[in-house]
Design a protein around this ligand. Structure first.
Ligand code: CP
Length: 312
């Protein structure tokens, strides 16, 4: 592919290729060097129309460590504020000959639409409740490193599934790699028709967590609740917040994940999040830089070599 728009479009061997290259970049990032020239001479533009800490910072660091010229647009201060559309903004930047556009947008499908209009590679940094492919890939890398494999694992994704692009991308990726995915949350936060994705659905944390290898917690994404039902945080924590007692139902060595941003005391107890024996939340952030380096490197190899020679 010439873009990275969603996990939906990736085959299992392409997922493995990205993770394998990301392993090399984990090593580089931990070395004194931290830099390569894989993207030297190339231009990367980051366009974030929605708030971000991890994704924006890691894409920026990833591009810089690979030698690209990186520009992060301050979208709040751009001509979008004067009514310019997403597509006109993208066409304007496209005329400046970037090689890579990294885009986050609150509307599902906006990044796919934009990719049709520009000449450069587009990476989806999260679009509405649709997909967040680099998050699912960095989660997969974290799981593979912690558990030693990325197949035949039992993985629970917990909380607000309905509004989560992270859950959607992870469900697809983990399914493609032949894992068992359990979704745990209140029926009001479970998307309609989710059973078609080959997942098991639970509304009780203790039942759903029984014997799992991985526990992935999600934030209540109130910004996407569109005036619908918003659960009380106290009630939500009581029933679905991850605490030591609920976690005791998972395997003894189960890892705890969270894509961030995290709301302590709502979906997760702070002491669980900080427990270095169980939580891999900081490893997820570290993997995010390496994974984004690998994704951009591979996309540029595809563009140089033609789609038949290098897979992503
Ligand atoms: N996980 C994630 O996408 O975090 P940010 O919103 O901070 O980028």
């Amino acid at each position: 592919a010439r873009h990275l728009l969603g996990i939906e479009h990736l085959a299992p061997d392409e997922i493995t290729d990205v993770l394998d290259l990301a392993e090399d970049y984990v090593g580089l990032n931990r070395s004194g060097t931290k830099h390569s020239d894989a993207l030297a001479g190339l231009t990367q533009v980051n366009m974030f129309f929605e708030a971000s800490t991890r994704t924006q910072a890691s894409f920026e660091l990833a591009g810089k460590r690979l030698g690209a010229d990186v520009m992060s647009m301050a979208m709040q201060a751009s001509s979008v504020k004067k009514g310019e559309t997403l597509i006109d903004t993208a066409l304007t930047l496209n005329a400046m000959h970037p090689d890579i556009l990294v885009v986050r947008h609150p509307q599902s499908g906006a990044v796919d639409l934009l990719a049709e209009k520009v000449n450069c590679a587009v990476l989806n940094a999260g679009d509405g409740r649709h997909e967040h492919p680099t998050q699912a890939l960095l989660d997969a890398l974290t799981i593979r490193r912690a558990r030693g494999r990325l197949h035949r694992l039992s993985i629970a994704i917990c909380g607000d599934i309905a509004h989560s692009r992270v859950a959607r991308s992870n469900i697809m990726l983990l399914g493609k790699m032949e894992n068992r995915v359990r979704l745990i949350g209140p029926p009001t936060l479970m998307p309609a028709g989710i059973g078609e994705f080959g997942v098991e659905v639970f509304d009780d944390m203790r039942e759903g967590l029984a014997g799992v290898d991985v526990v992935m917690m999600l934030r209540l994404q109130k910004e996407r609740m569109d005036g619908g039902f918003i659960p009380s945080e106290r009630e939500f924590y009581h029933r679905y917040g991850l605490d030591a007692e609920k976690l005791s139902h998972a395997k003894d060595d189960a890892i705890v994940m969270h894509p961030g941003p995290m709301n302590r005391g709502v979906e997760i107890d702070g002491t669980i999040a900080d427990d270095i024996n169980r939580s891999v939340i900081q490893e997820q952030v570290e993997m995010g830089v390496a994974l984004r380096m690998a994704a951009m490197d591979l996309l540029m190899r595809v563009r140089r070599a033609g789609p038949r020679e290098v897979a992503i």
